[in-house]
Design a protein around this ligand. Sequence first.
Ligand SMILES: Cc1cc2nc3c(=O)[nH]c(=O)nc-3n(C[C@H](O)[C@H](O)[C@H](O)COP(=O)(O)OP(=O)(O)OC[C@H]3O[C@@H](n4cnc5c(N)ncnc54)[C@H](O)[C@@H]3O)c2cc1C
Length: 400
Amino acid sequence: MTTATPVRGTERAVRWAELQDSARTLARRFEERSQSAYGAGEFVGENIRDLVDAGLTAINVPADLGGFEATLEENTRLLRIIAGGCGSTAFTLAIHAVLTGSMRSDLSVAVRERMFGAVRDGAFVVGPFTDEGSGGNWVRPSTTARRVPDGFVLDGLKHFATGFDAATHLVVTAGLDDAHLEPPFNLAAFFVEKPAEGIEVVAPWSGFALPMTGSHSLKLDGLRVDADDSVFPDGLTPLFVMARQQWGHYCFAAVFLGLAERAYELAVERTRGRATTAVSDLARLPGIQFAVARMRSSIATMDALLTEYATRHVDPGDDLPAFVADTCIPKYHITNEAEHVVATAFEVIGGSGIRDGSRIGQIWRDVKAGPLLPFSNDMSREFIGKATLGISPVETPRWV
Ligand SMILES: Cc1cc2nc3c(=O)[nH]c(=O)nc-3n(C[C@H](O)[C@H](O)[C@H](O)COP(=O)(O)OP(=O)(O)OC[C@H]3O[C@@H](n4cnc5c(N)ncnc54)[C@H](O)[C@@H]3O)c2cc1C
């Protein structure tokens, strides 16, 4: 494990170059590993350990706590590289990156020092938010947090707990049972060490897409957390969460852009100089050339869009709903456009892509998850459309 040290100026530039080099080396290693592990849906635990050892899980430790304090844009760059090697690893890392990157400010001093001290020393943080009853609307949890002396007791069923097997710590959400806090303002988040009891895997993950993320379903049964584990002030959690949506949207978009970029590379590699008994050079076919051109321009557009948003649309400002709508734009565009690029790459590669264990086949499966992740296509369209038309997204009734 590489312990983070304060970095400035040239030293920072050197460290940034090293981090990218490590990510490239690891991406190649992860791609090799996934050849045997993808089909069986083996969890990417070994890859996560490699990321910790390379210091790639500690990049968001704040500078005042001795860390690199990576920007949001830097996080997206690294996730794109890792996704080129393994979508499951990149998505699992993305959850940790979103939680650690977005929580550098506005936390209580105690939680902040506990979280980043642990991350600096190799901790891996996961975020089971989605509940049995909430689906993607996890600001309205069905998991409950009942007040007891000095803390809370949590009960409920969580789905999609990505990375749970590798987790050392959790940010777990639940709804406070206080009568005066109407949903979604009863939402609370707790930062805890992975509990030894009160939480268990009830349905192990076996996903069609991102099969190696270990996104199990968890039962919380009388899980005890301390009052000091509460991450945000009571009643304000949904607002703090919304003000951090850029992290989720841009980091998730980065994973699916990374998958599209790798699909494009594979299509070009497979085609260049390849001859069949019917065609002397597949690259000379106009259909292949046009497909390559479409993929290349689409990737260049996604790259520009994500870079623009991850550098210039990161500050929530005063109009929170408008900001959230803004952050939906690259997530919505890129996760859907990435599917088109991957489908085109599949067509260019041809029938060999269907073979069991092909890398393009893995990417084709993984890329399907993008539009389903929050905010899903429908929720993104609703937020963007309402913001454009001057309608508040929290106004009720919502549709009539
Ligand atoms: C591989 C993978 C890993 C994941 N990892 C995590 C994780 O680590 N932590 C975590 O908390 N979650 C995780 N999730 C869950 C994810 O964050 C979403 O919560 C989940 O995919 C959406 O919930 P759902 O599928 O139950 O859909 P639902 O929310 O039930 O939605 C079903 C349909 O209804 C539409 N819909 C629902 N609500 C609205 C609305 N308000 N407005 C408009 N349309 C709506 C949706 O767009 C969708 O078409 C993961 C999901 C996947 C696929």
